[in-house]
Design a protein around this ligand. Structure first.
Ligand code: C2E
Ligand code: MG
Ligand code: MG
Ligand code: MG
Length: 286
C-alpha cells in the first residue's frame, strides 16, 4: 500500500493529551465563543477509489483549535452545536470554509469530489438549498463537486420534513450521501424516495470484517442494495489491510480510513495529493 507509506509522514491530526480533558465538558457559551473567535477549522480525510487506492476526493471534518486543550474532535462539541441554534451559523461557516478552500486550490482540486457533513437540523431551514447554491456560485465551486452527507439514523426520524430540502439541494446540482448507514432503520422504500447518490457504510461493519461472517453478510447485501439503487458505496473506517483485502472482493467503490490517512490539515491534504502518482481517469462526478 504505497499511499499509506506516503501518508504516514503526514499524519498530523492532533490528539488531546491533556488528561483533564476527559472529565471536561464544554457548554453552549464556550462553543459559541469558539465559533465567534474562529477557533473551529476544517481538516480533510482523503477518500480513495477501490481497489486502485487513488485519492478521488475527501471529507471535510471540523476541529476545534482550543487555546488550552489543543485540537479537539467533534466528540467534544458537536452535540451542543446540533442541539442548539448554533447549528445554522456553524454549518454555513463550515461550508464557507470548504468552498473557499476549493476555490483557492481549484486548479489542483478539479475532478475531485468533496463531502461536507450537514446536521439534520440544517434541513429544517427551507432556504438552505438557495443559500448553499448562492455560496457555491460566489466561490465558483461547481455543485457537482460537492456531496452533502446526512446521518441515516437522524434523517429517518425527520424524513417528511427533510425530504423537500434534500430534493431541492439535488436540483441545485449537489450530490447527497447517506452517512453511517446501517446504524439507523431506513426502509428500502425510504432510501429510494431520497435522491441519494452515495451510501457510506458505517465503520462498525467494516472493522474486523475479514474475520466476521455476520459483517461480511451485511457488507455483501449492502453493496447489492446500493448498486441496485444506483448508489456508490463507501466503506468508512478501514483500519487494517486484512479488512481491506476482504473488501476488495466486493465491488465497493470507495474507502476511507486510518489505513489510508487520518483527517489531514489542508496543507497536508494538498501535499498528499501532489505526491500521489497521477491517474488517468479523473472523472468522478455522479
Ligand atoms: P462521520 O461523518 O461519520 O465522520 C467520520 C469519522 O470517522 C471522523 O470522526 C473520522 O475522523 C473518523 N474516522 C475516519 N477513519 C477512521 C478509522 O479508520 N477508524 C476510526 N475509528 N475512525 C475513523 P470525527 O472527525 O471525529 O467526526 C465525528 C463526527 O462528527 C462525524 O462523523 C460527523 O458526523 C461529525 N462532524 C464532523 N465534522 C462535521 C461538520 O463539519 N458538520 C457536522 N454537522 N458534523 C460534523
Ligand atoms: Mg461523514
Ligand atoms: Mg457524519
Ligand atoms: Mg460516518
Amino acid at each position: 500500500i504505497q499511499i499509506k507509506q506516503l501518508m504516514s509522514s503526514l499524519f498530523d491530526e492532533g490528539t488531546p493529551s491533556n488528561t483533564e480533558l476527559s472529565t471536561h465538558t464544554f457548554d453552549y457559551d464556550a462553543v459559541s465563543l469558539a465559533l465567534n473567535n474562529k477557533q473551529m477549522s476544517l481538516y480533510i480525510q482523503p477518500k480513495m477509489s477501490l481497489p486502485e487506492e487513488n485519492i478521488v476526493g475527501g471529507e471535510f471534518l471540523v476541529r476545534w483549535n482550543h487555546p488550552e486543550f489543543g485540537v479537539l474532535t467533534p466528540y467534544y462539541f458537536i452535540d451542543i452545536v446540533e442541539h442548539s441554534d448554533l447549528v445554522h451559523d456553524f454549518s454555513i461557516l463550515v461550508v464557507d470554509e470548504a468552498f473557499a478552500f476549493i476555490e483557492e486550490h481549484f486548479a489542483q482540486l478539479k475532478g475531485l469530489t468533496f463531502n461536507i457533513n450537514l446536521s439534520v437540523k440544517n434541513l429544517e431551514d427551507i432556504h438552505l438549498p438557495e443559500r448553499l447554491a448562492e455560496l457555491a456560485s460566489s466561490y465558483n465551486v461547481p455543485p457537482q463537486m460537492i456531496s452533502f452527507e446526512v446521518t441515516e439514523s437522524l434523517l429517518i426520524e425527520n424524513l417528511a420534513e427533510s425530504l423537500d430540502v434534500l430534493l431541492r439541494l439535488r436540483l441545485k446540482g449537489f450530490s447527497l450521501s447517506i452517512d453511517d448507514f446501517g446504524t439507523g432503520y431506513s426502509s428500502i422504500k425510504q432510501l429510494s424516495q431520497i435522491p441519494f447518490c452515495e451510501l457510506k457504510l458505517d465503520r462498525c461493519f467494516i472493522h474486523g470484517c475479514a474475520l466476521d461472517k455476520d459483517k461480511q453478510a451485511i457488507i455483501e447485501a449492502t453493496v447489492a442494495l446500493a448498486h441496485k439503487l444506483q448508489l456508490k458505496i463507501v466503506a468508512e473506517g478501514i483500519e487494517n489491510p486484512n479488512d481491506l483485502g476482504f473488501l476488495n472482493h466486493y465491488k465497493i467503490d470507495y474507502g476511507q480510513g486510518y489505513l489510508f490517512a487520518l483527517p489531514l490539515k489542508k496543507v497536508s491534504f494538498l501535499k498528499t495529493l501532489e505526491q500521489q502518482k497521477p491517474y488517468s481517469v479523473r472523472e468522478n462526478y455522479n
